[in-house]
Design a protein around this ligand. Structure first.
Ligand SMILES: *Cc1c(COP(=O)(O)O)cnc(C)c1O
Length: 435
């Protein structure tokens, strides 16, 4: 598979170069050149395939030539070492639980896959790679865990001071080894802007090989298509696969865009819903046709506090940059924190299910869509375990949550982070490192 830059001013590259570079030299996101549908029989017989087999078949064309088949099989098996259950709330709404991985966030899948790909590319290479990642909450922990101990890869995580939950902060600041956390005096957008600036900073480029583990990186982004296929398989087993709609709590829009790649592979999906908090540039765009970026605002679903979603440009490309085509496949709603709290409470009292704030936003997206399309079956993605947002969830449902083992294990560890005020101090830190 070849990848081209969406800015169209850089040369095409193969999968390995797209992964190692992260962003194209012209600052554009890489996009797969020619996506071939999977045979119809794949979807007809999907209930007979294991998750490993599904994932391998689906991702193969995207990495072809860069990684041999038997290595890819191993990478897929190592990546997917946990379950992806679909839980029914009522006849029209289910949730796809994506939080059974090591850091209890859906980003575990992409992070584990990308780390293993980089590990493979580096096997015979003495040149170290530095992975830069900006996190609004969950990416940092998932990347830290996924990359821990991978040879030849150093990970530098930037997170906004005071704007991630305590558990999230522990997950990304307590591992040590090849993982360093930088605590930035600013917002997620500031962190992301610093990472983007570093990638085009000639002095840094000469000093070290930099790449990104945000969803701009194709190895982080694409494997997220797996669990849409797993959900489809489970729904087919339950005879609920007709008129499937996915509601995806969205921040950088990588996850939802991966779902659209699954659709491009031939998976029958009726519609996508981008469910947002008050960071609602896409909701407003679909309504008015004007893409009016605003600075991010802080909410209780902090992993979606993104003012300018990086992957939206990929979604537009997938829909031939045509507004009407996009609107026929994608709706978007946004919800305030107050409404989200009410939804958390409603999900608990009506269905006995404990959601996290991101999942609750997804649930609200389902409800809004079902008002106009009452016969659809809407699956909202539960993108993080509720205990990662302990304060909010316990206060709303007035119940003490039981901490899972993965979470308990990090709570007693000691935080280590380096304070960063601005781009210059970030750059000085990187230049001081002999990776
Ligand atoms: C990252 C994240 C999101 C948003 O995903 P995008 O791919 O950035 O749209 C939603 N929920 C949680 C819990 C996350 O960590």
């Amino acid at each position: 598979m070849k990848y081209y830059s969406l800015n169209r001013k850089a040369k095409d590259v193969d999968f390995s170069e797209a992964v190692v570079r992260g962003l194209a030299p012209d600052n554009g996101l890489y996009f797969p050149e020619n996506i071939k549908s999977l045979p119809q029989s794949f979807f007809e017989n999907i209930t007979e395939l294991s998750n490993h087999e599904i994932a391998y078949q689906a991702i193969r064309q995207f990495v072809s030539e860069a990684i041999p088949d038997h290595e890819l099989k191993t990478i897929v098996e190592d990546t997917l070492c946990f379950d992806f259950p679909v839980v029914r709330l009522n006849n029209n709404i289910s949730t796809l639980e994506l939080f059974h991985g090591p850091t209890m966030a859906f980003k575990d899948v992409g992070a584990r896959f990308m780390a293993r790909c980089l590990g493979y590319f580096n096997k015979n290479n003495t040149n170290e790679v530095t992975v830069l990642v900006a996190t609004s909450g969950d990416t940092g922990g998932a990347v830290a865990s996924g990359f821990l101990g991978v040879k030849g890869v150093n990970v530098v995580i930037l997170y906004p001071s005071g704007k991630v939950s305590e558990i999230q902060e522990k997950q990304l600041t307590t591992l040590g080894q090849n993982i360093t956390a930088l605590e930035v005096d600013g917002t997620f957008d500031d962190c992301q802007a610093m990472v983007k600036k570093a990638f085009v900073d000639q002095e840094l480029i000469n000093h070290m090989q930099l790449t990104s583990a945000n969803s701009i990186n194709v190895a982080r982004w694409l494997p997220q298509l797996f669990y849409f296929l797993f959900a489809y398989k489970t729904l087919k087993q339950k005879q609920k696969h007709q008129s499937v709609v996915f509601s995806i709590p969205s921040g950088n829009f990588g996850n939802i865009c991966a779902g659209m790649i699954a659709q491009k592979l031939g998976m029958p999906v009726k519609h996508f819903i981008a469910s947002n908090n008050e960071n609602n540039v896409v909701t407003r765009y679909l309504k008015t046709g004007v893409y009016d970026v605003k600075p991010s605002v802080q909410t209780i679903s902090n992993a979606m506090d993104v003012g300018s979603p990086s992957n939206f440009i990929r979604i537009q490309e997938l829909h031939n940059n045509d507004f009407e085509t996009l609107k026929s496949n994608l709706s978007s709603y946004y919800f305030t924190d107050d409404v989200t709290r009410e939804a958390l409470d409603e999900i608990y009292t009506k269905y006995g299910y404990i959601a996290d704030p991101h999942g609750a936003v997804g649930y609200l997206g389902c409800k809004a869509y079902l008002e106009t399309q009452p016969n659809a079956h809407c699956v909202f993605l539960e993108t993080a375990h509720p205990t990662k947002f302990l304060d909010v969830v316990e206060e709303v449902i007035q119940t003490e949550l039981i901490l899972p083992e993965q979470i308990k294990a990090v709570m007693d560890k000691t935080k280590t982070a380096i304070a960063i005020e601005d781009y210059q101090s970030f750059k000085n830190y990187l230049l001081s490192k002999k990776f």
